[in-house]
Design a protein around this ligand. Structure first.
Ligand code: ATR
Length: 273
């Protein structure tokens, strides 16, 4: 049986083991998928232990996505652009790093939720690992201008620079937020609501056509999505669908089979509170 794991901190409540078990059952592929709780400074050691125990693939979650990118012996183009890794593939010489978050988000928004992303004026809140993971895929999906606001402005500037599309990508300050207009897509990629400290957002950011997306799910996504609903957004979407889609993309990298996600999404949604 091939061994997989998700490495993060905290990681005990990760839904990834359930999702990958369901994909394995659906496709008839035998696999073991566990969780590895590793504090930031333990990432390298725990991953080496996992490899020594026969681990052939892993997902990487908070707070290790940036460290994983530095640790890998090779990166896919999309992981390199993101500067963040959520999927590890064991090779003869070490680990290849991939990032399936962006493609997972775009697939969830366009296919599950039926959104046309093209030309959407987009606001990305946050410039950490989660934001870096999804920004390139959003640009590739044909969104319009992308505005990036981050608590630490230097990180918004750095992400905008890395995206290398100066005519289209605009870093802004939180202090500008009252005067930057209305957006067709607003993505919360901050971890602020994990500490229940979402910065105040003006309702004028959202209009009747706006889709608001929180990359988290469950309780953590509630404050931002409640704001979006109150602000009149048309679609209020949490990150559960993205989670299932990024998992499917990782599964395909490991097993060369694309699992069907709708039934697994429905089961996770039903069993998740
Ligand atoms: P992740 O992988 O979830 O993106 P991260 O790399 O630590 O984790 O990034 C967290 C993001 O949430 C950052 O954009 C962070 O802003 P800073 O770059 O200024 O740290 C943002 N964030 C976290 N807590 C926040 C808060 N209370 N208010 C606003 N932004 C916050």
């Amino acid at each position: 049986v091939k061994r997989f794991a998700v490495i993060g901190h905290p990681v005990a409540h990760s839904l990834s083991p359930r999702i990958h078990a369901a994909f394995g059952k659906q496709t008839g592929i035998a696999l073991e998928y566990t969780t590895i709780d590793a504090e930031p400074e333990q990432f390298d050691v725990r991953l080496a232990e996992f490899a020594a125990e026969g681990g052939v693939g892993a997902n990487v979650t908070l707070p290790h996505k940036g460290r994983a990118a530095a640790f890998c012996t090779s990166l896919t183009e999309r992981a390199r652009r993101a500067g963040a890794v959520n999927t590890l593939i064991r090779t003869g010489t070490g680990w290849e790093g991939d990032n399936t978050d962006g493609v997972g988000l775009v697939r969830d928004l366009t296919e599950r939720h039926g959104l046309d992303l093209r030309e959407r004026r987009t606001l990305l809140l946050g410039a950490g690992g989660a934001a870096r993971g999804v920004a390139p895929a959003l640009l590739d999906a044909g969104i319009g201008d992308l505005f990036i606001i981050n608590r630490t402005p230097e990180r918004a500037d750095a992400l905008a620079d890395a995206l290398a599309q100066p005519g289209r990508v605009h870093p802004r300050y939180f202090s500008d937020i009252a005067s930057i207009g209305t957006f067709d897509l607003i993505v919360n990629a901050t971890s602020a609501t994990r500490d229940a400290k979402l910065p105040t957002l003006p309702v004028a950011l959202a209009g009747p056509r706006t889709a608001a997306v929180d990359l988290s799910y469950g309780e953590v996504a509630i404050p931002f999505l409640a704001w979006a609903r109150a602000a009149g957004a048309h679609d209020c979407i949490d990150g559960l669908g993205m989670l299932v889609e990024q998992a499917a993309e990782s599964f395909q990298r490991w097993h060369n089979v694309r699992p069907e996600t709708d039934a697994v999404y429905a089961a996770i949604l039903a069993g998740h509170d």
